[in-house]
Design a protein around this ligand. Sequence first.
Ligand code: SAM
Length: 339
Amino acid sequence: LNPNDKADIRAPEPNPGQIMEISGSYWQSCTLHAGVKLDVFTMIGDDRLGSNEISGKLGADERSLPRLLDALTAMNLLIKKDGRYANTLTGKMFLSKDSDRYIGYIIMHHHHLVESWARLDQAVQTGNSVQSREFFNDDTVRESFLMGMFNMAMGLAPRVAKAIDLTGRRRLLDLGGGPGTYAIHFCMANPGLEARVYDLPATRPFAEKTMQKFGLSDRIAFSDCNYLKDPIRESFDVAWLSHILHGEGPEACQMILRKAVSALRPGGAIIIHDFILNDTMDAPLFPALFSLNMLIQTRDGRSYSEGQISDMLASKGVKAIERLDFRTPNDSGIIMGTV
Ligand SMILES: C[S@@+](CC[C@H](N)C(=O)[O-])C[C@H]1O[C@@H](n2cnc3c(N)ncnc32)[C@H](O)[C@@H]1O
């Protein structure tokens, strides 16, 4: 052995750096949440403003605001020059309400979950959700959740609509479709397609506004539906279930899938989009964390593995089940089959 090689083959000395980084990373999350909640990115817009000008407009404390602005600068979301603050390209594009690509709703949704996440230990110990039943009754919370779903889906739906061949399909069911982002993109990519978004009545105004914004109100309709209680009376060529199975336990998932499959005409396709775990259940990271997110918020929700979803579909008579070669930044995946 060349003594110079020794250092390379020795296992690295354990150090607490990685643990410290994980432990404190919520400080950055909370700093971002505060910036979005106070709307500093929209306020700054295309300008370069001093902190006293920003605090005047926001009505924020003059001594405290610079600390927030400096931390956002350290996080590369603002630029500071000669004591004045401007948006970075990323900040302006995604955090200013004046941008079409604003993602502040999903950030506020994450913010609303912080309190429950801080009680994760309690959820693990008791096996119960730690979120109040009233949580979604608050208008701001509901808007952040539903429009947050829109923010997330807008980043993916154009790719999804290209990746799935719906040639010859005429009617699509978007079950638990929320603001209808996927129905909208499937219809834009397939001129002969019509869609129905089935979701709870409280979702209707958000879905109708979104369909209208895309000029698709004549091809996509909203139906009030509680998929745990109501039948699906119409028939379809395609059923798209995006991010709904993770909200329920296995029994409810079986019931939802049974309803979706029975609503399909022979030869129809059922397509599941969700955060999908490996069959060992311990990776990838985001679906594993998302399962905890469901633990704190729901009675039975969780992330499912590829094998679990495929087995549930097979038990409903779905054939030709396959996972599409479609990867996303937070490891959501697509499994589809036909009836
Ligand atoms: C996580 S969001 C997913 C929205 C959309 N599918 C997407 O991927 O962007 C779950 C959706 O399911 C709806 N939902 C939850 N429980 C429901 C139920 N029992 N019946 C119908 N819709 C429900 C919610 O209102 C919400 O729009």
